[in-house]
Write a protein that binds this ligand. Sequence first.
Ligand SMILES: NC(=O)c1ccc[n+]([C@@H]2O[C@H](COP(=O)([O-])OP(=O)(O)OC[C@H]3O[C@@H](n4cnc5c(N)ncnc54)[C@H](O)[C@@H]3O)[C@@H](O)[C@H]2O)c1
Length: 432
Amino acid sequence: MQDLISKLQKKEARLGVLGLGYVGLPLAVGFAKAGFKVTGFDLDQAKVDQVNACESYIIDISNAELAETVGSGNLTATTDFSKLSDVDSVNICVPTPLGKTRDPDITYIQAAVGSIAECMHSGMLIVLESTTYPGTTEEVIMPLLEEKGFKVGEDFFLAFSPERVDPGNPTFNTINIPKVVGGVTANCTEVARNLYGQVMETVVPVSSVRVAETVKLLENTFRSVNIGLVNEIALMCSAMDIDVWEVIEGAATKPFGFMPFYPGPGLGGHCIPIDPFYLSWKAKLAGSEARFIDLAGQVNGAMPKHVIKLVTRGLNEHRKAVNGSKVLVVGVAYKSGIDDMRESPALDILEMLSERGAETSWHDPHVPSLPGGINGTRVPEMTPEVVAGFDAVVIVTTHAEVDHEMLLDKGPIVIDTRNALKGHVSKNLIKL
Ligand SMILES: NC(=O)c1ccc[n+]([C@@H]2O[C@H](COP(=O)([O-])OP(=O)(O)OC[C@H]3O[C@@H](n4cnc5c(N)ncnc54)[C@H](O)[C@@H]3O)[C@@H](O)[C@H]2O)c1
């Protein structure tokens, strides 16, 4: 153990990062910038080639950062998993989606651990960063590694550290977000603390790996439930003809005991719509109910349908049907300023509009194309003339580059799900 800690402190340890996506690439770059020799592993040859060619595909990492780290020889990427034999430490950053029945799908984690097990050697540190249910590290990963004849806490060190990165956030990044770490044994926590301590500004050790796993799920459940609450309040306000946005603004002037959350067209991204169900699945196995999680899931999951109701109402007021109307969806990424469309409510909205016979189009300055199976014509340039040709415009995600006011001037009906047109009153404007 002391050998590995000493290598980490001198930055002589060789680090591996498995999975070079939104989480793994910034982590690998962070380690490499701090002076470690880092190998990034991914199954996706295109990503590996792009990293080695210093072409970033992640918003938070610039080409210059890749040029610096790849150029100095501190970062290389590969699809050759046999090179895991050369590393002293591996961080696992692979996807953790939900399966068709909305149960956790940890097959990516199992495959990643399978690759590590093939190349396992004494004195290795393995840290899982993928969000998952409490118990995954000890119940799934540990046995896969121990069956190779190694003893956790003695021959290898195993920990969980939740990834809290917020893509596109200009203030908080992989390095300055406090890093929670929990090991399977005290030795495991200590070794992992020494890895992150070389790079992260603040490391927060917790007493167990299960606590570390649950920290992340609490954080994202907190967001999901509060967004669910405010979405329900928005529906109530809409029924009573009260402006929910003004209500929130008023409430947010309270200097204590209130934190504003905002309603919207539905949850998106790889975290908030998914992670709480990892917790509720495991809690149910332990005989515990997860009523808030289930209810928030229902309320948030119904928001895209509510948006369709608003489109229908708006068109109806103009004696039009959804069937045959030209509808433009503005903003298809799941949040402002990024290109990520995973779980984006815009995709559900486009699909439902199309099912109802609308002629769908979309505009998003960050997104070049829609995922397969979603109908919609791309509007690359949103000029007043182009906008005037639509029957309805739905603002789903705002981006700083988009002139929303122009939509109100030119679009016959505007459904604003984000309060982008704050302060405007018009018979053509329908707010969430
Ligand atoms: N995206 C976020 O904002 C965010 C924030 C916090 C936590 N997380 C969590 O981090 C984890 C990773 O998310 P992400 O957004 O980086 O996903 P991603 O899809 O952007 O990246 C995952 C990468 O892993 C690769 N991969 C899949 N299986 C592999 C394997 N067996 N070996 C090597 N590489 C493999 C994929 O090719 C992909 O490049 C998830 O558990 C997610 O919930 C994500």
